[in-house]
Design a binder for this molecule. Structure first.
Ligand code: ADP
Length: 449
């Protein structure tokens, strides 16, 4: 008997409410290898969710080479500017092509003539090309949830031209920020002959002999209203109160990150350690609650990262702990949504310092859940969210341990008036550009609404 549950991460958080509202069909890998009875379980879950679900079956070998391999040992590090972590194994590329073709086949079997096909993320860059091979003529769009790297980094990809050419088979390509979109356009200009584009608008067009390709930036967001409503619930308020009471007279600094080297966890802990050393009045007055969500545990780099993070946590706690004060509360697990919201609400400061991030939804969720409007957001300038949230947050370079420590101290001593006016600004900007704004903007450009 199957129990169907959504997987974690920013993509699901962002798209699930949209599909629930608009209906549609979500096609994806179901995350398991045996499929006896799975189709019926997905159908039943679809009725409950308000949109249909269809699985693409993959073998364990395919998941190894396509998902862990090409997607997460090549594209993920490369797109986050971490080329030294890439494992450019040619076997991965072949399986990536095959699996993208498999997805295209399932799509082809399940679409009607007027359906819009909207492909999500770096795992599926080649789907439009495969759909064209199958003579599927529906309009297609693609959204990249990660950053897109600058030319000198993208050039390292052995299959750079094939990947770019395949991406150009979509009708609309969406990136998180203007920087990502411009990086893509620069790669196209340099690698593909005779391409003209107009880059002055937020959505530019590349004229091609056979058709027009639009390329734009569409910063993804969250269901602000839902987060704010849920965070206002009595249950959450009570739990947040209990969390604060457990550390009386202390400010909770919150970090919530998937275990990933792009999230800059060691750098964050180093900055916190430096802050405790340099600004000694922080000692016994702040508690860093660091939630780390398990992720990609089969990849060796992730196991090493976990060891590094846990080593730093114990070092800091060993060095600074006092009776009844432990500087870092570390949790390595998934939290139920209500618990996560209570942490967001209880935290006086959120420390969101990825080395590079497509958007970073945790930053937006923290503000939406901060219904008391007294929290401070410290945000990496290399998160896509920084473009929108630079006004109200304290921006930091996560590689700069001294300045990050200084920002922690600045947040700690910030008065209530400044906290409120900054948080108000952050919240109204996220409210105005929520996930429904994002989806309408994308689909309007796609000319399907
Ligand atoms: P990424 O997509 O790289 O993981 P994001 O910050 O964009 O990063 O999105 C992370 C998502 O995972 C958020 O929607 C957040 O609510 C969710 N999440 C983070 N931590 C937890 C946790 N401990 N338990 C459950 N969900 C979490």
């Amino acid at each position: 008997m199957w129990q169907v549950e959504a997987s974690g991460g920013g993509l699901v958080t962002a798209l699930e409410p949209v599909l629930r509202q608009k209906g549609g069909l979500w096609i994806g890998w179901p995350g398991v290898y045996e499929d006896g009875g799975l189709e019926q379980a997905l159908a039943a879950k679809g009725v409950e969710a308000g949109y249909a679900l269809k699985g693409v079956n993959l073998t364990e070998e395919e998941v190894g080479d396509y998902y862990y391999g090409f997607s997460n040992e090549i594209l993920w590090p490369l797109f986050h500017d971490l080329q030294n972590l890439c494992n450019f194994d040619p076997a991965y590329w072949n399986v990536y092509k095959e699996v993208n073709a498999k997805f295209a086949q399932v799509i082809a079997r399940n679409v009607s003539r007027l359906d819009y096909i909207w492909v999500q993320d770096y795992h599926l860059l080649l789907v439009a090309k495969e759909l064209r091979n199958l003579k599927v003529r529906n309009k297609t769009g693609f959204f990249l949830h990660t950053p897109f790297p600058p030319l000198d980094i993208f050039l390292k990809l052995p299959w750079r031209r094939q990947v770019l050419q395949a991406m150009m088979e979509y009708d609309l390509l969406g990136f998180q920020t203007a920087r990502d979109r411009n990086n893509f356009l620069q790669c196209v200009e340099s690698l593909i002959k005779g391409v003209q584009h107009d880059a002055r608008r937020q959505v530019s067009t590349i004229a091609r002999p056979e058709r027009e390709l639009k390329v734009g930036s569409f910063p993804i967001s969250i269901d602000f209203g839902q987060f704010a409503r849920d965070a206002s619930q009595e249950l959450v308020a009570q739990r947040a109160w209990d969390l604060c009471q457990a550390v009386p007279d202390r400010q909770i600094i919150l970090g919530v990150d998937r275990l990933d080297y792009s999230k800059g966890l060691p750098q964050k802990l180093q900055a916190f350690r430096y802050a405790l050393e340099q600004y000694t009045d922080l000692q016994e007055k702040v508690t860093l609650v660091q939630v780390v969500v398990p992720s990609r545990e089969d990849i060796p780099e992730y196991q090493e990262l976990r060891e590094e993070v846990e080593g730093l946590v114990s070092e800091i706690n060993g060095r600074f702990s006092r009776w009844a004060w432990v500087p870092v509360h570390y949790m390595y697990r998934n939290l139920p949504r209500m618990e996560l919201l209570a942490y967001y609400r209880a935290a006086a400061i959120a420390l969101v310092t990825p080395l590079k991030d497509g958007m970073n939804l945790v930053a937006k969720e923290y503000c939406a859940a901060n219904v008391d409007r007294n929290g401070v957001l410290i945000l990496s300038e290399f998160a896509g969210a920084a473009v929108q949230l630079r006004g109200g947050s304290l921006l930091v370079n996560p590689y700069d341990v001294e300045s990050t420590a200084q920002a922690i101290y600045q947040a700690f001593i910030m008065n209530t008036n400044e906290r409120r006016s900054r948080m108000k600004r952050l919240r109204s900007s996220i409210r105005a550009r929520d996930i429904y704004w994002w989806v309408d903007f994308f689909l309007r450009e796609a000319r399907v609404t």
